[in-house]
Design a protein around this ligand. Structure first.
Ligand code: SF4
Length: 474
């Protein structure tokens, strides 16, 4: 049985993909730690990387090769300056060398030393193998799997062991939504209060609040940056950034000079139904335009779906509650994280395993549940809203054009955010006692649908829009 922290579900990272960018980056860093632990790091003279399956099919568009090189240089995806990434990669290409963990240098030609292999490994469609050639002629090889949301595992067995160890520390172990609801009922607590108690068993209150605040600040920053950046997204599809123009029309001449003042400025704009739709879409588009340009976003639960949760939280801040406080933000993120973990345990958050229902569908369910608690919903209504949001994403395929996280991904975040708000409103007006589909059954249905879905619709760019529309059409 898995136990997953909110900080596993909401992670600061770089775009464009949690499974294809953040995961491979982290895998490379982890491999270096392994070499050091085994006393082999100093002996390494050459490295070869194989990206398998979905990482090979959409890895170029998802910048998996760039992420691997950043990881091999020992950089941190949370803190490394985004503007410096391209310079670092250009240096490797021009010099034909890599600074391994920023400690030692040897020849490295990306086109030779990073191999894209369309073969699918057994455990997961996103496999990555690192091979080090040592100065005694021996080779050391390790295989990792990027299983979605930036999670990286080696073998299922090791992962299970680690998760169980942490599980034993949680006072309210949760695998299913029904268990979560039972705790809420028995303790007379909200969903966020139960989740907070679990987090308290592994972190101090200050660490939890500081961590959540950091996550919110990156979310806010990515919305702000996206709304204030114009131009064409990288990758060759010639996709125009849209948040900039939409934002310009919506904000008018309201004065502000930083993200906090910006929130106040938005609150002072006129908001009828159309403006609300546009603002929510604009926030979501902004985040995913930042993501598509390899910017810093919060993986929530993936990078391709990083815009849904910030957009819905921002909706609450600027439309629903102008007196919001930090506790509301903490609650929102705690509930969102827990709902995401229910999907990870009962189904998947990996598009390579379940298509886009695993990304946008899950993020929409997370946002719906979180919003419902802030709007005064009961724990049952929180689950109901998450169920409604996912129910209407079931079967959604993943078919990014040219393997880039741009079309349909960016718009899809806007749709996921709007659906989340709608799902929340329906649940707030609904009676969970007469609801026909419990969240657990919806999660199980999603997993069955994922298993039935053809491989070409699971982050391979071999089906759907990705084959109907090619790079040359754009
Ligand atoms: S189509 Fe959906 S799942 Fe696939 S890359 Fe885009 S956002 Fe992610």
């Amino acid at each position: 049985m898995e136990s997953i922290s909110v900080f596993d579900m909401l992670k600061i990272g770089v775009g464009p993909s949690s499974s294809h960018t953040l995961g491979p980056w982290r895998a490379a860093v982890r491999w270096i730690q392994r070499l050091k632990k085994d006393g082999d790091f100093d002996k390494v003279e050459q490295i070869i990387v194989h990206l398998y399956g979905s990482l090979a099919l959409t890895g170029k568009g998802h910048a998996s090769d760039i992420a691997v090189m950043m990881g091999l240089m020992g950089t941190d995806p949370v803190t490394f300056p985004i503007a410096e990434i391209q310079n670092s990669i250009d240096r490797i290409h021009s010099e034909g060398k890599i600074r391994f963990n920023s400690e030692k240098e040897f020849p490295f030609i990306p086109s030779e030393h990073i191999q894209f292999d369309r073969k699918f490994l057994k455990l997961h469609p996103n496999g990555i193998t690192f091979t080090a050639v040592l100065n005694d002629g021996k080779e050391k090889t390790e295989t990792y799997f990027s299983i979605g949301g930036g999670f990286v595992v080696q073998k299922e067995r090791k992962r299970a062991k680690r998760q169980i160890a942490r599980f034993s520390t949680f006072p309210f172990p949760i695998e299913k939504a029904t268990e979560l609801l039972e705790y809420c009922k028995a303790e007379g607590k909200s969903v966020s209060e139960i989740v907070f108690q679990n987090e308290l068993s592994i972190r101090t209150e200050a660490q939890i609040k500081d961590g959540l605040m950091e996550i919110w600040e990156v979310m806010l920053d990515s919305m702000y940056t996206g709304c204030h950046t114009q131009g064409i997204l990288p990758g060759g599809l010639n996709v125009t950034r849209r948040a900039f123009e939409t934002h310009k029309k919506l904000i008018g001449d309201q004065p502000y000079s930083n993200p906090i003042e910006w929130i106040g400025a938005i609150r002072d704009t006129e908001v009828k139904f159309r403006q609300i739709l546009k603002w929510v879409s604009c926030f979501a588009l902004a985040v995913n335009e930042v993501n598509a340009s390899l910017g810093r976003v919060v993986t929530a639960p993936t990078n391709g779906s990083a815009g849904v949760i910030p957009a819905v939280l921002m909706y609450y801040l600027v439309i629903e509650n102008h007196d919001v406080n930090y506790d509301d933000i903490y609650k929102f993120l705690l509930v969102a994280g827990e709902i995401g973990s229910l999907f990870k345990k009962g189904a998947t958050i990996s598009a390579a395993m379940g298509g886009c229902q695993a990304e946008i569908g899950v993020s929409s369910a997370m946002a719906a549940g979180a919003l419902t608690e802030l709007m005064g919903g009961t724990p049952e209504q929180v689950m109901m809203s998450a169920e409604i949001a996912m129910e209407h994403h079931l079967g959604l395929t993943c078919d990014p054009i040219a393997g880039l996280v741009q079309i349909p991904c960016i718009e899809r975040n806007a749709m996921g955010a709007i659906k989340a708000i709608n799902a929340s409103e329906m649940a707030l007006d609904g009676d969970p006692n007469v609801g026909k589909i419990p969240l657990d059954k919806c999660i199980a249905t999603m997993w069955e649908t994922a298993k039935d879905m053809r491989t070409k619709y699971k982050e391979t760019s071999e089906g759907g829009l990705a084959v109907q529309v090619s790079l040359s059409d754009c």
